[in-house]
Design a protein around this ligand. Structure first.
Ligand SMILES: Cc1cc2nc3c(=O)[nH]c(=O)nc-3n(C[C@H](O)[C@H](O)[C@H](O)COP(=O)(O)OP(=O)(O)OC[C@H]3O[C@@H](n4cnc5c(N)ncnc54)[C@H](O)[C@@H]3O)c2cc1C
Length: 363
């Protein structure tokens, strides 16, 4: 979110100064692991679709301006019980917004994507304007582009506090303090540390990704869609861009809490892999069940899974982007643009009421 906000603000001619606890593109927070899913259809809430359309246009723009392939549209297969509200939301959002898609029955799925198994009563939908994003390349490209446009980025410089100063803010680091008209706060899992009085709960969780090698060629044919299995056994995966393995991840329900984001336990215990093994057996039996790589990340979840976007209560000069609840990366250029609207104009024309910090009722 921070790299995209820096790009969007610098693109509008604002004087931008960014701070990162580490350096852009690191793997010690929510981003990393080479891939993130982009999709146009939303199974959680169709109100995201207009924001995804805005993000989609900005993904294209950032690719054009940086000359790098940040995203590849290989499609995303959404699979799950046809009668479950998540699959119904997918189909509703596709119909409502005229999204490019294919509905596949079990026979067609087996023919085109033999790597997946469906359960009785499952539906499968291929979201065609979907695929994978390269997170590290994206973050570094957006930051570099912002720097080309005049932004200054302080690396390995954690912000300690942000205090009101006149109509603006003062940002404090170990190196001193700087004054600004506004601050955009995008500290991911550190949100409760930097803003301990936040009136909403952001629950920080530890997420595991595991990479598995296929025993057949099915995963790396001409079509290489990402996939999501919706409830009741939510999981997702992506064939690796290097054609070696398939990365799998799990639903929010199984992620352990993180007490201190500075002390993330990055060791994966064998028992934590059991759920991956079960999913492989049940839905993707041609993946060899011994992982070749494991990585651990962190993410902040709000109670509703809807991120917090908007002014910080009590200080309108601080724009907060937090609690992306496992689905923020695809939206990040749109969120950066919205943060630029809010920081520069105090309002945004984008439909963010359902995410806004203004008049938000959840705990
Ligand atoms: C395993 C995993 C898989 C995911 N898969 C997908 C997916 O397929 N598609 C999708 O759309 N989304 C996905 N997400 C979600 C997405 O990656 C996150 O929502 C997104 O990265 C959140 O961005 P952020 O900027 O809020 O936080 P982060 O990416 O965590 O970035 C926070 C930044 O703030 C910096 N920071 C922290 N504290 C300070 C401080 N005090 N001062 C200065 N800098 C600070 C950190 O160094 C870091 O660079 C996934 C997340 C995880 C963990």
């Amino acid at each position: 979110m921070g790299s995209q906000a820096a790009w969007r603000l610098a693109a509008r001619g604002a004087e931008v100064v960014g701070y990162d606890r580490f350096a852009p593109g690191h793997d010690r927070s929510a981003a990393g692991g080479e891939t993130r899913i982009f999709r146009s259809a939303h199974f959680e809430d169709s109100r995201y679709v207009p924001l995804l359309k805005h993000a989609d246009a900005l993904w294209e723009e950032l690719q054009r301006e940086t000359g790098r392939e940040l995203r590849r549209l290989t499609g995303c297969l959404l699979m799950g019980p046809a009668e479950h509200h998540q699959m119904r939301t997918v189909l509703e959002s596709i119909a409502e917004h005229g999204l490019d898609h294919e509905v596949l029955d079990a026979e067609l799925l087996a023919k085109r994507f033999g790597q997946f198994r469906l359960e009785e009563g499952d539906a499968a939908v291929l979201d065609r304007r979907a695929g994978f994003i390269r997170p590290e390349l994206t973050i570094q490209s957006a930051v570099r582009h912002a720097e080309e446009l005049g932004a200054r980025i302080h690396r390995y410089t954690p912000v300690r506090t942000i205090t009101p100063s006149g109509s603006g803010v003062e940002v404090h680091t170990n190196a001193g303090a700087e004054k600004f008209d506004a601050a955009v706060v995008t500290v991911g899992p550190w949100v409760n540390d930097l803003l301990p009085d936040l009136p909403w709960e952001v629950d920080i969780r530890r997420l595991i990704n595991a990479w598995y090698v296929p025993t057949t060629d099915a995963w790396f044919g001409d079509e290489r869609p990402a996939f999501i299995r919706t409830a009741p056994t939510h999981c997702y995966g992506l064939p690796s861009p290097d054609g070696v393995s398939v990365k799998l991840g799990l639903s929010r329900a199984v992620h352990l809490p993180v007490d201190d984001p500075n002390r993330l336990n990055r060791t994966v215990e064998p028992h934590e892999l059991e759920i991956f093994t079960q999913l492989i057996e049940q839905y993707m039996p041609d993946l060899h069940p011994d992982p070749i790589r494991l990585s651990v990340f962190m993410e902040g979840y709000t109670e509703s899974s809807r991120p917090l976007v908007g002014p910080l209560p009590g200080n309108d000069a601080v724009v907060l982007l937090a609690g992306f609840s496992g689905h923020g990366f695809k939206l990040s250029p749109a969120m950066g643009d919205i943060a630029a609207d809010l920081a520069l104009d105090g309002a945004t024309p984008r439909p963010i009421e359902f995410l806004s910090t203004v008049n938000r009722t959840e705990a």
